[in-house]
Design a protein around this ligand. Structure first.
Ligand code: PMP
Length: 420
């Protein structure tokens, strides 16, 4: 990496080390391989650790505000509703959405995408087409395949290069006037590639087609402004961005959400019910059947405050620098194969080392206190395209440090000596 970048990364360690103090699990004495060692948590694409501010918000919700939302007349119910609806305003401002009704609370990215896929089918008929990419997580593939199976739709797949760059130049060739929706990940959870989503959206919109963006790996790592991006739907989850598990967001443009029917029936999504029919509630409630994840909303709101105080631009830049530093440290390892070397890339390193199975490598690193993921990363078509069954994946967040990368580099060298 360039000397100026190294200096910038080195300077940033002070800020990062101060932030780390907010994360109980990063500061706990733990035992790995029979020895007390600090945790080196490089599995952030899977889920992130939580700062004490978020943990505190969850505890505080239950200690001070717990009651069911919406229909409550009593004070505590009103307080809980205030927190829950306040979280909606918080997400609206975080995304710069035009209307609070465009923010639907879900269980996570997968739930958000399934909601759109199930609802959108009401607008489709046999012979219609959905365009996805070859680097999608199963969560942004299988829901469309399920819709395709039940309705007789065709799935069109945009490929990527050996470097892991999406071949958007192939969009015109693959395009047809039967395409009804494009579903694309903003950042690949395996390759780390940051896709030119704005360009894809422009291309689809010129042809009158909406775009759903899977933001699971992007919203936590860079500033996403839904109005500037002009996406029609954006799905992401709280647990990959310092927030509680089981809570997520579906952003949808009002004009689309108004057109789409609800997919779940029950409390909150109704305006009135008779024995044989019902009237649907207004947005956003029409997509929020049942008692929601109130504590999730309370915690997520604080997670967004936390991320904005760290700075989304800082996070994006820092992870890029840390990845460059990592490549300087491990790039020359004998037998190393890196999957995904796109010029626009987030802090995700998927790799294999000749003669070592990804799972053996992950197990070995675990004895050193280093948590990485090994497997297909819920992206079978991508793995097939790469010609691998599994890869090892180290994925960073803003609280990872150069010192941790040094430990990772040493551990990989030891693994090569002992396992390959
Ligand atoms: N899309 C992408 C790109 C992901 O990385 C993930 C999580 N690995 C998902 C969707 C699904 O997220 P969740 O399991 O939190 O619903």
């Amino acid at each position: 990496m360039k000397a100026a970048d190294l200096a910038e990364l080195t300077t940033a360690q002070k800020k990062v080390n101060a932030l780390r103090l907010d994360f109980p699990l990063l500061n706990k004495p733990l035992t790995f391989g029979g020895k007390p060692r600090p945790l080196v948590y490089f599995d952030n694409a899977n889920t992130t650790q939580k700062p004490r501010q978020v943990i505190g918000a969850l505890v505080s919700y239950y200690e001070n505000s717990n009651a069911n939302v919406s229909r409550a007349i009593h004070s505590l119910g009103e307080e809980s509703t205030r927190i829950y609806e306040g979280a909606r305003d918080r997400v609206k401002s975080f995304l710069n959405a035009a209307h609070r009704e465009e923010i639907i609370f879900t269980r996570g990215t997968t739930d958000s995408i399934n909601l759109v896929a199930q609802s959108f089918t009401s607008l489709l008929k046999s012979g219609d087409e959905i365009m996805v990419t070859e680097m999608e997580h199963h969560a942004n593939l299988v829901p469309w395949q399920m819709a395709a199976q039940s309705l007789g739709l065709t799935i069109k797949v945009l490929p990527f290069t050996d470097e892991g760059v999406l071949q958007i130049e192939k969009m015109p060739d693959l395009w047809s006037d039967r395409i009804r929706l494009v579903a694309v990940t903003a950042t690949s959870n395996v390759l780390g590639t940051v896709n030119p989503v704005a360009e894809i959206i422009r291309f689809a919109h010129e042809r009158g087609v909406p775009v759903l963006v899977d933001g699971a790996q992007s919203v936590a790592h860079q500033k996403v402004d839904v109005q500037a991006l002009d996406c029609d739907f954006l799905a992401f989850g709280s647990h990959k961005m310092c927030g509680p598990t089981g809570f997520g967001i579906l952003y949808g443009k009002k004009e689309w959400l108004e057109k789409l029917p609800p997919v779940q029936g029950g409390g909150n999504m109704i305006r009135a019910v008779w024995a044989d029919h019902f009237e649907t509630n207004v947005l956003p409630y029409k997509f929020e059947a049942g008692t929601p994840h109130m504590d999730g909303a309370a915690g997520f709101s604080v997670a967004l405050d936390y991320l904005e105080s760290v700075g989304l631009d800082f996070i994006y830049r820092y992870e890029k620098l840390l990845l460059a530093y990592t490549m300087d440290k491990v790039g020359d390892l004998p037998g190393l194969h890196v999957y995904g070397v796109a010029p626009e890339k987030g802090g995700i390193l998927s790799f294999l080392i000749d003669g070592i199975h990804a799972h053996d490598l992950a197990a070995f690193l675990d004895t050193k206190g280093i948590a990485i993921r090994a497997g297909h990363h819920c992206a079978h078509p991508l793995a097939r395209r790469l010609g691998v069954v599994s890869t090892a994946r180290a994925s960073f967040y803003f609280y990872n440090t150069m010192a941790e990368v040094d430990l990772f580099s040493d551990a990989l060298r030891e693994a090569i000596a002992k396992l390959s």
